[in-house]
Design a protein around this ligand. Sequence first.
Ligand code: FE2
Ligand code: FE2
Length: 275
Amino acid sequence: MLFDLQTAIEKADNLPTFSMAGRKALAMLSEENVNLDELAMIIRSDQALTSKILRAVNSPAFGLYREIKLVDEALRYLGLVETKKLVFVATTHFLFGGTQDIETWRHAILTGYIAETLAEKIEPKINTSDAYLIGLMHDIGKTFIEKVVPIVYRQVLPSLTEELGRLDAELSLFGIDHTEIGAQMLQFWNFDKHLCDAIAYHHSAVFAFSDPMGHLAWVANQVAHLADGRASDEAKITEKTFSFLNLKEIADLEKIRSESLKKVDDFQKKLEALL
Ligand SMILES: [Fe+2]
Ligand SMILES: [Fe+2]
């Protein structure tokens, strides 16, 4: 092992911090009935979050005729579905290093949309907000590695990945891989255990299958990579996954992926103001 990332994670100052309002807002989005007035109150308590939401809603992508100056009004205009997406991204995008790594960020959002769509098909249902959040955060461990050892991340890891596969390359360099790093980060931020486990399992089909949320994280990531051949898992999507998702064939998953990609393109235009 060349770099001890476990110790780096334990030194909390290496971890980006969530604002209190950001964490509260995220927790609220998972509730059964989201109260937009309460959510607006939380957002208003955080200046950075407030200005992000207002900048986004007043951006040309929304085509408003007049400026919206109040968070309450912005949330009412957006409606619950759009508000949720915007708040998810506004509260977490600092984790992705702003605009430096658009591809990683796009992959995160795509996996979020896919996980959300798949969550509606599963019996018993998984909370769609939790599903979106898991998709968005599943590779957060990668951004930690990039932040702590940027040169190794960009110059050494890719070639070792060719040779060993992504997870083994990370293990041999850092003694820990991005799934475990991500899980520990979520634990540090006090996310529920089932969300932390799902992140830990997103490349381990065997473990993931024992936990619906883990299975969802695993399959959403696999589907996000369907067309680009970069899914790093040996395991293919099996009958077990199809029955879990109440789907019949791979074409269903391809359709979900392409519809989600369209949503990402549309959403990215609206997000430009956040960058
Ligand atoms: Fe991953
Ligand atoms: Fe991924």
